[in-house]
Design a protein around this ligand. Sequence first.
Ligand code: G16
Length: 543
Amino acid sequence: MGIRVISTQPFSDQKPGTSGLRKKVPVFQQPHYLENFVQSIFDSIAAPKGAAMVLGGDGRYYNRAAIQIILKMAAANGFGKVIVGRGGILSTPAASCVIRKYQTFGGIILSASHNPGGPDGDFGIKYNSSNGGPATEAVTEAIFARSKIINEYRIFDAGDVVIDKVGVSTLGDMQVQVFDPVGDYAELMESLFDFAAIRNLLSSGFAIRFDAMHAVNGPYAKGILERRLGAPAGSVMNAAPLEDFGGGHPDPNLTYAHDLVEIMYGGNAPDFGAASDGDGDRNMILGRKFFVTPSDSLAVIAANATLAPGYHKGLAGIARSMPTSAAADRVAQALGIPCFETPTGWKFFGNLMDAGKVTLCGEESFGTGSNHVREKDGLWAVLFWLNILAVRKQSVESILREHWAEYGRNFYSRYDYEGLPTEAAHGVMQHLKNSFATLAGAQFGKYTVKFCDDFSYTDPVDGSVSKGQGIRIIFTDGSRIVFRLSGTGTEGATLRVYLEAFEADVAHHHLDAQAALAELIRIALQVSELKQRTGREQPTVIT
Ligand code: G16
């Protein structure tokens, strides 16, 4: 037994996307593929000898095998300690929590998030820095650069480590500490929210249903909602994490969380419904027969933040990704606090939170979170809503209606065209860029184009510039159409079309979002030539 240095050849496709490296499982199973990427991480982050790191994943197929490889590589690369979630399980927000709490050098999270799992499904790996957040672009670029020239990796030659029992073992000079993945996270939640008030709400007949989608949040939701807060057994459904998520697509939206949607829109529906994704960082919030868009959820949480003990002093600021609706901006304006607009990707919020400029962050892609960790946090959002509901004693729908009456309603929808031929999708984006000059000032029915651009962001903290972050067509009344290529897919290209229209008049707030946005959708299809260029008549998912 000892350290082995293995010769390898670089792979050309190890560029991290919106959130780490995501590929099909068989790609990761190629000899040296995972090892090359892990060594590229270790070479790029240059952790001091004896450093500690956190390791865990969402339990999907290949999670356990990857954990063993990474443990052995960490031991061979001079780490002193790796903290591993029992069974290799660790939700993304819990990983962030633990990195921060135990002040480790960083952590490796194994997940392809909301993408399906299984032997032919997706797998992913990403590095989070010592602030608990996803590595910045500078770090992911360095990892990619290293992956292109790597010629060897180091691995400790030993049998597998027992990861199913809490305790400490050793691998060479390195300690492996297996811990309960739920405990620290649950404690953090209890410090932020009024658990007593939520307990009262749940014992008063207020019924909830949480769909863990057979993914990582099952044990967290059972532990917190049922055991600590007293929700009746069965309130958490699909609670056992499965390697293939039960054959499902663990993406909490109206299409893929259909078990929950049927319950919430059926007879005798519970008062509150929620779901989270593969690695537990996304969330969907539902009332009885009522869907809360992620953009509205961020705005409502912001407007009611002081109802939760952890936020009773108020917010420093809010940040949202560019395609997210401006509903939160209106709340920020009313509160007299700044609102930042960043590119898509949670990594862009880290600097703002570290600098104390923002407390809450959110994305239209079902992500909401705060500076309690440096990842979006699905269960945190659910608990925030329950805290608000416990204090306000109103239905989800009436909270939204009052919110719109006060701030106006930002009608919002996203159309996803998944698995498009890559060239055709890029062709749509190029065509739009070529049309900027003719689009400016153009009139489409009641809409006049104010300007269009390819969104570019200058980080106010470190001055770094991120270009090419999505095409915006902004109309004179503030309505918007945004086109963006997803950075998380693993098959072909996914083109997202984001639509937003502001409506101040309360008499129109009851409208269905699709009806309110119908004209913008027509304009989007017309100017992009999406159908002609991709041959795709309908979106795969509408949220
Ligand atoms: C990741 C990022 C999010 C981002 C989302 C969507 O989420 O962490 O910040 O909004 O991807 O990305 P895209 O539109 O490029 O597919 P997750 O939940 O997949 O880690």
